[in-house]
Design a protein around this ligand. Structure first.
Ligand code: COA
Length: 196
C-alpha cells in the first residue's frame, strides 16, 4: 500500500480544516496506540469471540509479532492517523489455515472510542478492502456480534451480506450472544480462477 492513502472527507468537519485523517500501513511504533484502542472496546464485549472477564490482554510484544507475521504473508495491516495520533486500525488474517482457503481472509477494525462516527471506520474499511483486493484475495469474512449495530451498519455500507447467523453461540455478561457471519467478494470473486 502507498504510505498515505484516502485523505479523509472528515477534514471539512474540523474547524479550519487543520487536521487531516489519512490511512497508511501500520508500523511497530503504532502498537501501543492500537493496543489501547483494542482494550477499551474489548472490555465492552464487542468481540464475538471473547468474554471480557476471561480475557487475558495481549502485550505489545505479542501484537508486534503478530503484525510482522501478517505483513510477511501480505496481509494488510493499516492505521488511520490524524496529527500524528493513531485513531483506528484494521487488518486481515487468513480465514482458515488450510491451503484451500488461501484466497479468503477475515478482518477486524477498531476506531478510538473518542473518535467514533467521524467516518474513520469507513475510511479504514474502504482502504482495507482495496488492499485485500490488490493483494489477490477473493473473499472477505466478518464475524460480528448481533448486538453491534455500528459494525453491522458499516459492513452493510460496504456491500457485505449476511451469509450466516449463529444464535446463542457465545456467553458473556450473563447472557447468550448471537454472531452474524458476513461476506463480501473482492475483485472478480468466484467468477474467475485466481491469478496467484
Ligand atoms: C464499528 C466501528 C469500527 C465503526 O467506526 P466509526 O468510525 O464510528 O464509523 P463511521 O463513522 O465510519 O460510520 C460508518 C457507518 O456506520 C454508521 N454508524 C456508526 N456508528 C453507528 C452506531 N452506533 N449506530 C448506528 N450506525 C452507526 C454511520 O452512520 C455510518 O453510516 P453511513 O455510511 O450511512 O453514514 C466502531 O464503532 C468501532 O470501532 N467499534 C468498536 C469495535 C468494533 O465493534 N469493531 C468491529 C468488530 S466486528
Amino acid at each position: 500500500m502507498n504510505d498515505e492513502i484516502n485523505a479523509a472527507a472528515d477534514e471539512s468537519s474540523e474547524k479550519g480544516g487543520r487536521f487531516r485523517v489519512f490511512v497508511r500501513d501500520s508500523r511497530d511504533g503504532d502498537v501501543p496506540a492500537m493496543l489501547a484502542i483494542y482494550l477499551h472496546h474489548i472490555r465492552r464485549g464487542v468481540d464475538p469471540d471473547l468474554d471480557p472477564r476471561e480475557f487475558e490482554a495481549p502485550d505489545a510484544e505479542d501484537l508486534k509479532r503478530r503484525r510482522k507475521n501478517m505483513q510477511k504473508r501480505k496481509m494488510p495491516h493499516i492505521v488511520a492517523e490524524e496529527n500524528g495520533v493513531v485513531l483506528g486500525y484494521a487488518y486481515a488474517v487468513p480465514f482458515r489455515k488450510r491451503p484451500a482457503y488461501r484466497y479468503a481472509i477475515k478482518h477486524s477494525i477498531y476506531v478510538h472510542n473518542g473518535h467514533l462516527q467521524r467516518g474513520i471506520g469507513r475510511m479504514l474499511m474502504g482502504a482495507l478492502i482495496d488492499a485485500c483486493a490488490a493483494a489477490g484475495f477473493r473473499q472477505m469474512i466478518g464475524y460480528v456480534d448481533a448486538a453491534n449495530r455500528a459494525s453491522l451498519v458499516l459492513h452493510e455500507r460496504f456491500g457485505f451480506v449476511q451469509v450466516g447467523y449463529l444464535p446463542a453461540i457465545g456467553y458473556k455478561f450473563n447472557h447468550w450472544t448471537d454472531t452474524v457471519l458476513l461476506q463480501r467478494s473482492l475483485g472478480p470473486g468466484g467468477t474467475e480462477p485466481p491469478h496467484l
